[in-house]
Design a protein around this ligand. Structure first.
Ligand SMILES: *Cc1c(COP(=O)(O)O)cnc(C)c1O
Length: 231
């Protein structure tokens, strides 16, 4: 993995992505790579964008705020980490999508900030499928009521669901969590009338399994950028 440059790693990722789509009868064009740039400098981000990456993911507002003005490539920036209330306004200014909405309070604040800015924010609701206490996200039982509340929030556009499964050595160990998120998505799309087409799931160690289970965004950090500094 440390051999070769970013371009080679991206080629390797794309070929695995294509194989996973082939195995599951999906279209490659339905899966987007979110290049997770936490701990990675702007030079590497520009290199990734030059190599064809169209979306950069960040999980800390402060790091993103410093990096975004330095990057010259044309690219979308997506927030993928836990948002604090007092950072929502910043996030709305910096990002074109938020994958990690984990409370109704944050959803309302995003809506408010977007009303003021005269824009709409595409979001995913983060779901804690495993129920681990250490994980952010809505408990599955909460989500139908949250979707009801979303009807009144005209400036957020709920595109789908996001999850982070428990860590396992074997990527097959997380398949049930990805599958569950897809099943919940299908169930809630039918019951709420929201078109929850998007599934943000899968990271460096398990993205192929996530694609087989329906991921539409895979969030890849280490596999694309190599080792991170201090994260
Ligand atoms: C860091 C991070 C990723 C990427 O993780 P890798 O294992 O480096 O691919 C994906 N999603 C979130 C929310 C992250 O914080």
């Amino acid at each position: 993995m440390e051999n070769g440059g970013l371009q080679d790693r991206l080629e390797m990722i794309k070929s695995k992505l294509a194989d996973a789509c082939g195995r599951s009868g999906r279209n490659e064009s339905d899966v987007e790579i979110v290049a997770v740039a936490k701990g990675v400098g702007y030079e590497a981000v520009d290199e990734a964008v030059a190599a064809g990456i169209g979306i950069i993911g960040e999980n800390r507002i402060q790091e993103a705020a410093q990096k975004i003005p330095l990057c010259t490539g044309r690219v979308e920036w997506h927030m993928i980490g836990h948002l604090q209330s007092n950072k929502v306004r910043n996030a709305v200014g910096l990002f074109s999508m938020i994958h990690s909405v984990d409370s109704l309070k944050i959803l309302r604040l995003i809506n408010e900030a977007c009303v003021e800015e005269g824009r709409t924010m595409p979001v995913c609701l983060e779901v804690n499928v495993s129920g681990e206490a250490s994980k952010q996200g809505f408990a599955p039982v909460e989500v139908p009521a949250v979707l009801e509340q979303c009807r009144g929030l005209m400036n957020v556009d709920v595109l789908g669901l996001m999850t982070i499964p428990p860590f396992t050595e074997d990527p097959e160990g997380v398949r049930p969590y990805f599958r569950k998120l897809r099943e919940l998505r299908d169930e809630w799309s039918a019951s709420s009338g929201f078109e929850l087409g998007g599934l943000s799931m899968g990271m460096s160690n398990d993205f192929e399994v996530a694609i087989e289970e329906g991921a539409t965004w895979v969030r890849l950090g280490r596999l694309l950028f190599g080792r991170r500094n201090g994260c």
